[in-house]
Design a binder for this molecule. Structure first.
Ligand code: PAF
Length: 278
């Protein structure tokens, strides 16, 4: 099987039109710098669809003015090879001007209660950028299934809202966070960590493990669980450690299949996020 590399939206639309009407398209949107986390999404897509499309696009509108847009790792050849080896049907890698052809762009606002807390509070305009590009990509790719990692919990919940509130004919498939051998959640930004940072960063998954264990032992009081997590995170610059429901409303008590613990912390110069779905 040959993996196609398409860069123009029109080219993708031509490809999509010539497919048989019975195909089932799985779509994995990415910003490249592919790692095992992305591969797990690709694998999930390949299992349940006839065709898998991966987009690689470092989306400028989701980066704040002081963020790492220009430094963000880019290696399209390496990423394309990874996709080829994983059996991806199409890699869609557009230019910025192709996804944003106008100076005065349409932008999607997230719901006020979900879009401007946690990541949305720290990263002004971040979710406007994410929702805008994901909406454009869904319209273009027309996937039956779209795959997202649970690591970006707030992003995943907001995209579910985007899909349901705007009646998009696609199903969002959440996939579990992939971790390195030492427990650190995989992220394209982990390459920014020095060896010392990396050791410090492990406090994050350990804090989540401790919280998980306490919940398994019957603790449901979120103030107790958060204190437990804080103890482990000492020394890190914690942006938030919180417990909320799937509407991102803070909760006092854990409810099974309805709660998340969210962490964001800076390690050295790198901001990491991780979470626990309960
Ligand atoms: O999670 C990401 O990599 C990005 O936010 C996404 C969903 C590809 C949109 O640019």
């Amino acid at each position: 099987m040959k993996t196609l590399l398409l860069s123009a939206p029109g080219e993708f639309q031509d490809y999509r039109r010539q497919l048989h009407k019975d195909v089932c398209i799985g779509f994995v949107p990415t910003m490249g710098a592919l790692h095992e986390g992305h591969l797990s999404l690709i694998k999930a897509s390949k299992q349940n669809n006839t065709h898998t499309v991966v987009s690689i696009f470092v989306n400028p509108t989701q980066f704040g003015a002081n963020e790492d847009f220009t430094q963000y790792p880019r290696d399209i050849q390496k990423d394309f090879k990874i996709c080829q080896e994983a059996g991806v049907d199409v890699v869609f890698a557009p230019e910025i001007s192709q996804m944003y052809p106008n100076n005065d762009e349409i932008s999607i606002n997230p719901p006020k209660n979900m879009g401007y807390i946690y990541e949305g509070f720290i990263r002004e305009g971040h979710f406007n950028g994410v929702l805008t590009i994901v909406l454009k990509l869904i319209h273009l790719i027309c996937p039956h299934h779209i795959y997202f990692g649970q690591k970006d919990a707030q992003q995943l919940l907001l995209i579910k809202r985007l899909v349901s509130d705007t009646f998009l004919p696609t199903k969002v498939i959440p996939c579990p966070t992939q971790r390195d051998f030492d427990g650190l959640a995989l992220s394209s930004r982990n390459i920014y960590l020095s060896p010392q940072d990396r050791k410090e960063a492990l406090k994050i998954p350990i804090a989540l493990q401790n919280i998980k264990k306490a919940i398994q032992e019957g603790e449901i009081n979120t103030s107790v669980l958060i204190e437990l997590g804080k103890k482990e995170l000492k020394g890190l610059e914690v942006a938030y450690l919180d417990a909320c429901d799937y509407n991102l409303v803070q909760i006092q008590k854990i409810r099974q299949n309805a709660s998340i613990i969210l962490i964001a912390a800076k390690v050295g110069k790198t901001r990491l996020i991780d979470n626990l779905w309960i």
